[in-house]
Write a protein that binds this ligand. Sequence first.
Ligand code: HEM
Length: 184
Amino acid sequence: MAELLRNPDVLLKAKKELDQAIGRRKLVEESDISRLPYLQAIIKETFRMHPVAPLLLPHKASSDANICGFKVTKDSQVLVNVWAIGRDPIIWENPDSFMPERFLGSEIDVKGRDFGLIPFGAGRRICPGLPLANQMLHLMLGSLVNTYDWELEGGISPDEMNMEDKFGLTVQLAEPLRATPILV
Ligand code: HEM
């Protein structure tokens, strides 16, 4: 929601897609998601820039390994910095810009196959809640966008929003979003 209010052009495109695909003021249903590629791209782009678990969960190396020239000895604790991967200019063009368009027509998804975007982890310990969480995000965000217009509280403009992240086990906006819904 914060990135959408910060980028009104993206919000407008999302609204148009929802309007055309399911009709104004309707709640998004599971069967609608496949017809909403721009909404899907917004959620991927949000996971890229603001992964919920910035270091995943701690892992332990089960054997000695060599990763890109770095020696990882058996039993080491390994933290995967997905926040940094999402902002890596070697992987992503304009990494600090919120551009859902980068995912349109792209095969990249969050299911652990594309190591540039692994907000749920990958491999055997990948988040088992992935299908539920991913679906709920589309239903909730799509419904909030399709049902309301949104206004930033306190008369601040999108440019003035503080988009810094606050890090812990999970990532949050340093300054929580305050916005008012207006029924469309
Ligand atoms: C947007 C929502 C969610 C995100 C981004 C997320 C992300 C993650 C991540 C990054 C991990 C660690 C993976 C790793 O270190 O390799 C994880 C583990 C886990 N998640 Fe989620 N998760 C979400 C929602 C959920 C939900 C809804 C459930 C349950 C219904 C769930 C259950 C679990 C469990 C049980 C683990 C531990 C798996 C294991 O260690 O084998 N998660 N999740």
